[in-house]
Design a protein around this ligand. Structure first.
Ligand code: C5P
Length: 408
């Protein structure tokens, strides 16, 4: 089996519990697996295990104070937080858990936690009654909500004679939690590796005259979230973006082609699809465009009423569908009624391999929102229904579904 800890940067946070002695074993195991470990210890932690032992095992000076005692050098928790691929807090006392949950940054361990950009794993260790206390329960729940992985402590006897949990899990089990985390990331990173994906996003603007247009409320959030997700899973990603929300960003490394109208989007999509394996049509393309866009501003004095004649825009998805061959084509359907029939009809008509349905009937779904509620249909007849989620999580579900189509 490949070793997922090899070369990883790990911050090991140690707080003041009896179990701190086990941290030396944990540290040794991590180093043995090839991880680079920086120890951060709380002032109380030093009462239980000496920094000298930890420095010898990790091969790095232990960080504890905001300033190094001998040189006065400033220890940057922000740099440490950025450096880390993972932070493990073991043992985590009730006090440290409480401070983490509430952002009480009065020592280096907590400031580093608050600066950590990547995953955090916490191995609690405390008296069984403390672990069972409602205050601890609340703080642990808060940490879980914040995305922290908790390595549940082991069982033992409470002072009351009942059994309960509290003893820190063995170092081997904590290492396993770290390995599982990295394996999961690698799995996600791998599944779109070597695939070239083009994604359309946002609305299109169809010019009426030089200062007016027909548009729609699409923000581009779903398409951009999907682009970032696919990129993180190893795909080579190009986004063909209509006039999207200006605050949206793409990960560095994703190509972006800006277009305005449906015709421009069609050109860009055709060109990109020719050199891609997958196209996702997440854009809300205008179905109609002014028949005769004017090159001068329409004047108010012009007439009393104004009739705007519209002509049909090309259906980009359907155009790509005609030439798709072995490639995958994924579309979206935003429906207000007869959702399922309409979505399935579109999948067939446009020759799609998958369609993502969001219904405007569902609160929090569709355009402009940060959340979405979707059903994914694939051409093999499978149907996956999901609850309301953030667009980032929906992007991950869509990428999972694309991934299953690829291995089919
Ligand atoms: O037919 P309808 O517009 O509802 O189909 C939606 C799907 O088709 C979306 O994936 C959308 O991006 C795509 N589409 C397109 N070109 C159009 C209209 C829609 O590619 N002109």
């Amino acid at each position: 089996m490949n070793n997922s800890l090899n070369g990883k940067h790990i911050v090991l946070g140690i707080s003041g519990g009896i179990a701190a002695y086990k941290s030396a074993f944990l540290l040794r195991l991590l180093v043995k697996k090839g991880a680079e470990v920086q120890v951060v210890i709380t002032p109380n932690g030093k009462e239980f295990i000496t920094p000298a032992t930890l420095a010898a095992l990790s091969g790095k000076p232990v960080v504890s104070e905001f300033f190094a005692a001998n040189t006065g050098e400033w220890h940057s928790h922000v740099d440490l937080g950025l450096w880390a691929d993972l932070m493990i807090v073991a043992p985590a006392t009730a006090s440290t858990i409480g401070k983490m949950a509430n952002g009480i940054a009065d020592n280096m361990l907590i400031t580093t936690y608050l600066s950590a950009k990547e995953q955090v794993i916490v191995a609690p260790a405390m008296d069984l009654d403390m672990w069972a206390h409602p205050s601890t329960r609340r703080n642990v729940e808060t940490l879980k909500k914040d995305g922290v992985i908790i390595v549940e402590p082991q069982s033992g006897f409470l002072a009351s004679g009942l059994t309960g949990k509290g003893r820190m899990e063995e170092p081997e089990a904590i290492v396993e939690a770290a390995e599982t985390y990295f394996e999961e990331i690698e799995r996600c990173n791998r599944d779109l590796k070597g695939r070239r994906i083009v994604i359309s996003a946002g609305p299109t603007y169809e010019n009426i005259d030089p200062v007016r247009f027909i548009g729609n409320y699409s923000s581009g959030k779903m398409g951009f979230a999907l682009a970032n997700e696919c990129y993180r899973r190893g795909a080579d990603v190009t986004v063909v973006a209509g006039p999207v929300d200006r605050t949206l960003t793409l990960d560095a490394g994703i190509r972006r082609i800006d277009v305005v109208s449906a015709t421009e989007m069609l050109e860009a999509m055709k060109e990109e699809f020719a050199i891609s394996d997958i196209a996702v049509m997440a854009a809300a393309v205008a179905d109609y465009t002014p028949a005769e866009p004017l090159d001068r501003k329409i004047k108010r004095e012009h007439t009393d009423d104004l009739v705007l004649r519209l002509v049909k825009n090309p259906d980009i998805a359907a155009e790509l569908g005609k030439e798709k061959g072995e490639r995958l084509l994924i579309g979206f359907a935003l429906e207000t009624d007869n959702e399922f029939e309409n979505a399935l009809g579109k999948m067939k008509r446009k020759n799609l391999d998958m369609i993502v349905l969001n219904s405007l009937r569902d609160k929090g779904a569709g355009m402009m929102t940060d959340t979405n509620k979707v059903t994914i249909f694939t051409s093999d007849g499978k149907e996956r229904r999901y609850p309301l989620k953030s667009k980032k999580e929906v992007a991950s579900d869509i990428a999972d579904a694309i991934s299953t189509l690829l291995v089919r």
